[in-house]
Design a protein around this ligand. Structure first.
Ligand code: GLN
Length: 551
């Protein structure tokens, strides 16, 4: 347990309903405290039983974000990294499943000295131990922990119990923030209703907690009258209710919070003194993104489309953010269009040629990561079209593998080439399973077993990749089971494909590209560059892609 010299803990919980931007609020609180000169880290707690997010379908749960150390986690972790500009670790993420798993492992190892292991206090204590570890590992002075779900649910009760225990022992080191939603009623939707928030506070009271700060999430800013009402009805001190209206860009929220002097409020509650206050770079970045008016049209071809935009944008959030960072840095406003791969598949759509012509209307096309065979033929057709019509192309992981398949089929004279992920019996498996992965799959070992996390790569001089990065050694994050098959590398190279990035032992092809004199930008990465792009440090390959797309 922390003592006075130890870190301060801020817990962020949600009230009324989920999906109201708790993750962005958490990230923004982190950002403004960081701007006050404090070392901040952020932890996400997800209440589900899955041990990590790796086995979950992105169409239902959003993107699976990957950390340097290979942790597969919730997309909120991506926001924390983007806002804080810190590489987080597996200590920054936990689920009900992972907490139980370690308690059970400890019990099996006789670590509880023959005692009966009770859910309370063992599970909450394990949670607290993990939070302490996260603080130590990240050398953090402030640990902001977002607890998934909403208060009053059965699922997150043990995490709230951890907050209660920690706070009981160290009241001066713990703050609890409730992000609550205020529905709007009335013809103009102007009347914000506070009652659901009052109920959420009652739910917290029922588990022995009371919020120190309430973030009033609503369509519009909160007026003084409503602020006072929440303060009075929910027993909060004056000034402890923060208005959090809808925003144009998620990066705005940190600036909005500071308009309400939130960092002063938190520092005062923790009795921390700081004279530093530096959000200049952040403000300039937000301005640049907002002021960019000239559009850049990017098409994203994928299979996870058609279930409504909300789901869609959540499935590819890091790709979207990376495009925004790069475009913003070049003073362009990205216009992203979702293109369903099925449209381009001759088997699915007789008019696929007409559909393909649409690609000519874009400044650049991206095929992002993916799994399985659905949509693959359509993606390959789209890649062929943009290669032949010299439209800038950026392939991310599967998008790189399928570019290699396309090139093998239509340039290298291997018309039946494929990835064994789609056709295990293809005569030309130009993309094949990594040898170490074969065994794992045979054992049905699917969880956390892909080639995951950061691996180094060596770049080839005088290539687009080498010039974009401006250095020859890079480290990027991975999440895949398949790779370019060595048996075909010579043939592909002879026909003009350049492997401009390779693992240091030259075994794995990390980047494939076409020379600049044959195509303006045709490049794919076996890794996921989108996991490392930050608003203040856009990813060099995304920047280069957008730069070429602007021409
Ligand atoms: N399905 C491919 C593989 O497993 C690509 C994975 C991805 O795009 N993340 O190798």
């Amino acid at each position: 347990m922390p003592n006075r010299k130890n870190p301060k803990y801020i817990f962020v919980v949600g009230g009324v309903m989920s999906g109201v931007g708790k993750g962005v609020a958490t990230s923004s609180i982190g950002k403004i405290l960081q701007a006050r000169g404090l070392e901040v880290t952020a932890v996400k707690i997800d209440p589900y039983v899955n041990v990590d997010a790796g086995t979950m379908n992105p169409t239902e749960h959003g993107e699976v974000f990957v950390l340097d150390d290979g942790m597969e986690c919730d997309q909120d972790m991506g926001n924390y990294e983007r806002f804080l500009n810190r590489d987080l670790t597996r200590t920054n993420y936990m689920t009900t499943g992972s907490v139980y798993l370690s308690v059970i492992q400890k019990e099996r190892n006789l670590e509880y000295g023959g005692k009966q292991v009770e859910v309370v206090p063992r599970i909450p204590l394990e949670v607290i131990e993990r939070l302490n570890k996260a603080a130590a590992k990240n050398k953090a002075e402030i640990v902001i922990t977002e607890i998934g779900g909403t208060v009053g649910e059965y699922e997150n009760i043990l995490f709230l119990e951890a907050v209660r225990m920690l706070r009981l022992r160290h009241p001066e080191d713990v703050l609890l923030a409730l992000v609550s939603y205020l529905p709007a009623l009335g013809a103009g939707g102007n009347e914000l209703k506070t009652k659901p928030t009052q109920h959420a506070v009652r739910s917290l009271n029922a588990v022995g907690l009371h919020p120190d700060i309430i973030f009033a999430r609503a369509h519009t800013p909160l007026d003084t009258k409503r602020k006072e009402k929440i303060e009075f009805m929910c027993s909060l001190k004056k000034g402890d209710v923060i208005s959090a209206p809808d925003i144009e860009s998620i990066y705005d929220e940190a600036l909005d919070f500071e308009k309400e002097n939130l960092s002063d409020l938190i520092l005062k509650k923790f009795r921390i003194r700081s004279v530093k206050r530096d959000l200049r770079e952040w403000r300039a970045m937000v301005q640049r993104i907002k002021n960019a008016k000239r559009p850049i049209k990017i098409g994203i071809v994928g299979k996870y489309f058609g279930t409504g935009n909300f789901v869609l944008e959540d499935s590819y959030i890091s790709v979207i953010e990376s495009i925004k960072h790069a475009a913003g840095s070049l003073n362009r406003k990205p216009e992203i269009t979702w293109l369903s791969a099925g449209e381009f598949d001759p088997h699915d759509n007789k008019r696929y040629r007409v559909a393909l012509k649409k690609l000519g209307g874009f400044d650049g096309i991206i095929v992002p990561g993916g799994f399985g065979s659905r949509g693959v033929e359509g993606k390959i057709q789209a890649i062929r079209y943009v290669r032949e019509h010299k439209i800038p192309y950026f392939g991310l992981c599967y998008g790189m593998q399928l570019a290699v398949v396309e090139f093998a089929r239509h340039v290298a004279g291997l018309p039946d080439a494929n990835t064994t992920e789609v056709n295990a019996k293809t005569p030309h498996p130009v993309i094949d399973i990594l040898p170490e992965q074969k065994e794992l799959l045979a054992q049905k070992n699917y969880g956390g077993s892909m080639r995951l996390g950061a691996y180094p790569a060596q770049l080839t001089p005088k290539t687009i990749a080498r010039e974009a990065y401006g250095k020859s050694k890079i480290s990027e994050r991975h999440r895949h089971r398949y790779e370019v098959n060595h048996d075909y590398i010579e043939r592909l190279k002879e026909k003009g494909l350049v492997f401009s990035g390779q693992s240091p032992d030259r075994r794995l092809m990390e980047i494939a590209e076409l020379p600049r004199d044959t195509h303006p930008f045709f490049l794919g990465t076996q890794f996921h560059p989108e996991f490392k792009s930050r608003p203040l440090y856009p990813h060099p390959l995304f920047v280069e892609f957008i730069r070429v797309a602007m021409r």
